[in-house]
Design a binder for this molecule. Sequence first.
Ligand code: ATR
Length: 286
Amino acid sequence: MNLAKVKLFALIGDPVDQSLSPAMHNAAFRALGLNCAYVALRVPERFLPDAIGGIRALGMAGFNVTTPHKIGIVGLLDELDESASLVGAVNTVKNDRGKLIGFNTDGEGALRALKGKIGPIKRKEVVLLGAGGAAHAIAFSLASAGARLTIANRTVPKARAFASTIEQKLGINVEVISLARAKLTEALKNADALINATSVGMYPRADQTLVSASMMHRGLIVNDIVYRPLLTRLLREARRAGGRTIDGLGMLVHQGALAFEIWTGKRAPIKVMDSAAKRQLRGESM
Ligand code: ATR
């Protein structure tokens, strides 16, 4: 690697020290022989405008954005791609000869992971757990692809507000339910896929799940976006019910691959990125 000519990429967020993105992207750069490097930079919320000024001044080639900056960054960029303007949040920025362009690859990443198991999304019945940032990106992509969406959330008014935003922007109907067992069981009867976009089941509370095996049917595709641990309680319940599972690395690796393609214009080495992420997760003591 010629460090005098290196193209620099980064993740900005707070915290970032647990991120799998540096491992994934550096492995991909190496695999394609690109003179690029990717680092994780902790940026406290109050420093976000300074950080973006710094990125411009240093001529960094691109960066990812994570919590808590995905929405705050929108006003600091020069342009938004359709993927980002629809969701109102950005996870990927490309520096296009001094112009910072925001994208959102989270939703499309989740969609690609799902498509691998379910095939075309159009008219598929999907139950989505959660109404936070991750759920927003996933819901917009699913709805845009023609899925029939039911959003289940602990705080129902939050899910209602979110559903009506999707309805207004895309002109489609979105169902909203609570997390009550009876409601979820009913919705899951006709569902093709279930996606958990809440933090329930994440380490250290890995024994938790919002849905148990008795509420699922054989053939249901269950996708958890939680990847610490990789095999969550929800995914274990799904297997017990005879369902098929997609773990949290599916969305993570695909959103990273899409970012890589935006930055480099080259096809991302998905398997290399997936192995790098898995290697790092395996090395963690959990
Ligand atoms: P992210 O940006 O990662 O999506 P977030 O915006 O904080 O994070 O959203 C977290 C989601 O997990 C929300 O849907 C939250 O439900 P509420 O909207 O009711 O807060 C959900 N969540 C977190 N902890 C939960 C719990 N113990 N039970 C049910 N839902 C939970």
